[in-house]
Structure formats: structure tokens, C-alpha cells
Design a protein around this ligand. Structure first.
Ligand code: F6P
Length: 384
């Protein structure tokens, strides 16, 4: 099928993330070189549905890859929300290309945004390619999404900094880290900064064994301040929930509101705050601290959107540019229905249908072992 491409649309959907502009710039560089016009579709799928576009003239965007956020704005609009037939909807959406005056579309987003692109390709034969974005790194088809390492660095720096105030006050800090139901951000930033307890959704935690007992062992080994990192989506396993928790019960997570793609809004649970409240109720823990000359004081810090803010780091600038270049090449080659991907240090291509599947930290991952050693060996090595 000969595909005459004159104009390519670009959209960014879902939560923003450092490196979005780097991808856009990578696309624009290659498109300019190939004599193809770029048009920006504003606010993700919202702009696609409402025909809101801007021209993208590369002459006006020197070094766009160094700038944080997205010049195209973003939203979590789901064009498939509430439709009875996905197939019909996808066909309708594919027809929008004509209205928008575009010959192909590059969708930059996480599993939700790319899931829409996948359905448009599968059922509507739309000329679409995808580019995997998210600070969460939870997309199966790529080793790393762009934005992840910038967010890890931001979180790790904050954890380093929190150590000084934790030290001054001899406090316990419970630091909540984004990532929805995947633990990559918490695991990597926690290990990087040497957090004392690292709790992720992939391994439901036990309040007694994984937190209270470790804090007691640490304080008895001479530690006077402690940094606990916890994913916004981490939760206690059901035995611990029933046995140890006084302030939440089973069903609390089910009752959380959901976003337009049906994901529970985990940040609204505020798990770090819950842990602080639970620990504050533990007289046995307070006594153990007291015995070691420390007044038990615990605070929660939610890193929240600070983790996605600011400029991309060098890794994400370069990965973003490489992804943008590769996505534009897919368009030029007519290889639609695919997603660009990083495998090792190579940029490759995977079908959108495979690429957009969710990824989690698996038990055999060496980061799991590192985490457990890091938590345990420090207090064990100091016990006489
Ligand atoms: O998916 C990226 C992410 O930053 C998650 O880690 C977080 O749960 C969510 O977005 C926050 O979404 P919003 O920006 O809509 O509050």
C-alpha cells in the first residue's frame, strides 16, 4: 500500500512527564528533513475529538528537547468511555484524520493513551504509531519509558535532602512516591537514596514485620532517624490489614474514585498518612524508641507532582529525541500499528497491542534482592 504522507499529527496524552517535548522535537527534526509538515493536536485525545490543533514550525522551537512539560498540553480524555461498540467507535475515530487534515498520527502516552491508538489501528485501520511515555515505567514493550529516570533522580534527590531534617529531629519520615500500581519509581529512587524501608505494590506489606519490627531493630542498633519510602499504590496484605490496622479496613481501596480509564485514584488513599496514623497508635514502638533515648516522631511527605516537574535529564532528552526520530521513521515507512521501544540500548519496534500491556517488578528481579539486603544488612551488621 503506497502511503503518501504530507502532514503528520502529534498528540500527548495522560499525565505529563519530562521528555515529552524532546520526543516532539525528534519527530519535527526528521519530518522537516523529509519535507513533511507537523501539526500539534492539543490536550491529547480531547483535541483530536474537538479538532483543536496548532501548526508546528520547527524554526520557532529551537532546542525544544531541553524544555519540560509538553507544548501540546495534555488530558486524560478517553474517546472510548461509555461506548457500546469499540469497533464502531474506532472506525469513527479513524475518519477524523480527514477532518483534521492529517495523513498519520503519532500518539505519545502511557498505556491508556496508547491503548486508544491500538484500538484505532486494530478496528479502524488508522495510520497511527505510538511512543511510550510515563514516569511510572509500567509499559511492557520497552525496557524504559522516557521520563522515568528524570523522576527517579528528582525523588532520589529529595530523599537525600530529607535525611538532614530527619537527622536533626531524630524522626521517622514516610515518603509517598507516585507510580500507580507499579513500584519502579519507589524501588529505584529508594535504592538510589538508601531508604531504610522500601514498600511497593508488587509485594503487599505486613505492618508488623515490614515496618514496626524493622524500626525496632534499627533503633536498637543505634539508628535515630529512618526514611520509609512507599508507593502510592502499595497496600498491606489482607492478614496484616485485618490484624494490624485500626484506621482502614478491607474495601477502602475498592471505594476509591476512578479516572476516565477506570484506574483507581490511589493517591487519594494517602497511604503514607495512614502509615503515620497507624504507627502513632503503637505504644510498643514508642517504648522501644524511648528505651534508646529517642522520642518517637513520625511525619509523612507526599512527593506527588514534584516528581514529574521541571526539565528532563540528559538520559530522557536523548531517549525522547531517539523515540521521536524512530516514530517519524515508522510513519515514513508506513509501519503503522507499532510502538517505538528501547531494548537494551537499541531503539526497536513492537506492535502496539503487545507494547501497551502493563509491566510490574517481578519477584526474580535483582532489585528485589538489593532492596531486601539494603534494609536488613544495615541493622544486622551493627548488632553486637
Ligand atoms: O501515570 C503517571 C502518574 O504520575 C502516576 O504516577 C500518578 O498516579 C498519576 O499520574 C497522577 O495523575 P494526575 O496528574 O492526574 O493527578
Amino acid at each position: 500500500m503506497g502511503t503518501q504522507i504530507k502532514k503528520v499529527g502529534i498528540l500527548t496524552g495522560g499525565g505529563d512527564c519530562p521528555g515529552l517535548n524532546s520526543v516532539i522535537y525528534g519527530i519535527m527534526l526528521k519530518a522537516y528533513d523529509a519535507g513533511i509538515e507537523c501539526v500539534g493536536i492539543l490536550k491529547g485525545w480531547k483535541g483530536f475529538l474537538e479538532n483543536t490543533t496548532i501548526p508546528l514550525d520547527i524554526a520557532e522551537h529551537d532546542d525544544l528537547h531541553t524544555v519540560g512539560g509538553t507544548i501540546l498540553y495534555t488530558s486524560r480524555t478517553n474517546p472510548f468511555k461509555g461506548v457500546s461498540s469499540k469497533e464502531e467507535r474506532a472506525k469513527e475515530l479513524a475518519k477524523k484524520f480527514e477532518e483534521l487534515g492529517i495523513d498519520a498520527l503519532i500518539a505519545i502516552g502511557g498505556d491508556d493513551t496508547l491503548g486508544v491508538a491500538d484500538k484505532m489501528y486494530k478496528f479502524g485501520n488508522a495510520r497511527v504509531v505510538g511512543c511510550p511515555k510515563t514516569i511510572d515505567n509500567d509499559i511492557a514493550g520497552t525496557h524504559y519509558t522516557f521520563g522515568f529516570w528524570s523522576a527517579v533522580q528528582l525523588a532520589s534527590n529529595t530523599l537525600d535532602n530529607l535525611t538532614t531534617t530527619a537527622h536533626s529531629h531524630q524522626r521517622v519520615f514516610v515518603v509517598e512516591i507516585m507510580g500507580r500500581d507499579a513500584g519502579f519509581l519507589t524501588m529505584y529512587s529508594g535504592i538510589s537514596a538508601g531508604a531504610d524501608i522500601i514498600l511497593i505494590p508488587e509485594t503487599p506489606f505486613d505492618l508488623e514485620n515490614d515496618i514496626v519490627d524493622v524500626l525496632k531493630k534499627r533503633v536498637n542498633s543505634g539508628y535515630k532517624h529512618h526514611i520509609i519510602v512507599i508507593s502510592e499504590g502499595a497496600y498491606p496484605h489482607s492478614d496484616s490489614l485485618k490484624r494490624d490496622f485500626k484506621t482502614i479496613s478491607e474495601g477502602t481501596i475498592d471505594k476509591l474514585p476512578k479516572d476516565t480509564f477506570g484506574n483507581p485514584l490511589l493517591s487519594q488513599l494517602n497511604i503514607s498518612h495512614i502509615i503515620v496514623k497507624e504507627l502513632d497508635l503503637r505504644d510498643d514502638l514508642k517504648e522501644e524508641f524511648q528505651k534508646n533515648g529517642v522520642d518517637f516522631e513520625c511525619r509523612s511527605v507526599v512527593l506527588g507532582h514534584t516528581m514529574r516537574a521541571g526539565t528532563p535529564n540528559s538520559f530522557d532528552r536523548i531517549l525522547g529525541l531517539r523515540f521521536g526520530l524512530a516514530a517519524m521513521k515508522l510513519v515514513l515507512e508506513g509501519k503503522f500499528g507499532n510502538m517505538v521501544s528501547l531494548q537494551g540500548n537499541k531503539i526497536t519496534t513492537v506492535p502496539l497491542s503487545e507494547g501497551v500491556k502493563k509491566k510490574y517488578i517481578t519477584p526474580e528481579n535483582d532489585k528485589m534482592e538489593l532492596r531486601d539486603l539494603l534494609v536488613k544488612i544495615r541493622y544486622l551488621s551493627k548488632q553486637k
